[in-house]
Design a protein. Structure first.
Length: 255
């Protein structure tokens, strides 16, 4: 009789202890899983910056290359083949030899011409590639930047509202990639901004961003960009940024 009473009380006690232990492990496991999930979502990437230069090469390209070499920074040049830079196209070989990325921009940089139709856009790119082929291997180039960027509105004036959407799709159909920017030096605006203004523009637009693609220009009218570049590079270095080319920062989908 006493044994029965003992069992009557002890079995529920052990059952409660067992359930409490199970609850503890279940709760702990869920907590760890939730923490792991939050870690993967909020993982902070190391700061990275891709310095990019449109419209070159120009007479200031050697100055740009010297600043990059001094700080061991790699960059990407979205080049053109306009009448204004015909005398400087030989600098393409220097850009390539220094380990920088060369990408496509435009042969003419004429909005009214290249954005009048998709056919004319690709004729312009074909002309650019033909000119570049005299200096570098164009078959290795799979990146481009649309003049005015992929969200430009000026293209609507010449080719209609759907032109840019179609062009972006056609670029991707070729297995290429287009890229914009999220930091603008505002160095190609009217008034020829000073080197200090360009530097402050870059710092301001970078703000709290840690993954940056910086738009600058390498043209006959942007001398002060080359002058500002050493300070811009140093600021990024001081803030822990690694320097990458665009193809390193944003790999092609097939790679």
């Amino acid at each position: 009789m006493k044994i029965h009473r003992f069992l009557f009380w002890i079995i529920p006690v052990f059952l409660c202890i067992f359930l409490l232990i199970c609850h503890f492990y279940t709760t702990t496991e869920n907590s760890l899983n939730q923490t792991a999930g939050r870690t993967s979502v909020t993982k902070v990437e190391a700061p990275r910056v891709a310095l990019t230069f449109d419209d070159g090469p120009s007479k200031y390209t050697p100055q740009v290359l010297a600043a990059l070499e001094k700080c061991d920074a790699k960059a990407t040049f979205f080049v053109t083949a306009q009448d204004a830079n015909q005398d400087y196209l030989s600098y393409l070989t220097d850009i390539e030899a220094a380990g920088h990325q060369i990408a496509l921009h435009s042969a003419s940089h004429s909005y009214s011409r290249i954005y009048s139709s998709t056919e004319n856009f690709w004729l312009d790119i074909k002309a650019l590639r033909a000119t570049l082929a005299n200096y570098i291997d164009v078959d290795a180039i799979h990146w481009l930047r649309f003049p005015g960027g992929s969200t430009n509105t000026v293209s609507r004036r010449y080719g209609g509202k759907g032109l840019m959407k179609q062009l972006k799709a056609e670029v991707e159909q070729k297995g290429w990639q287009w890229v914009d920017w999220n930091v603008c030096a505002e160095d190609a605006v009217g008034g020829h901004p000073s080197a200090d203004t360009i530097y402050r523009n870059v710092v301001r637009e970078t703000g709290e961003q840690t993954q940056c693609i910086v738009l600058m220009h390498d043209s006959a009218t942007t001398r002060t960009t080359a002058e500002a570049l050493p300070d811009i590079i140093q600021w990024y270095k001081d803030n822990g940024f690694a320097f990458l080319t665009v193809e390193q920062a944003v790999p092609l989908p097939t790679t």
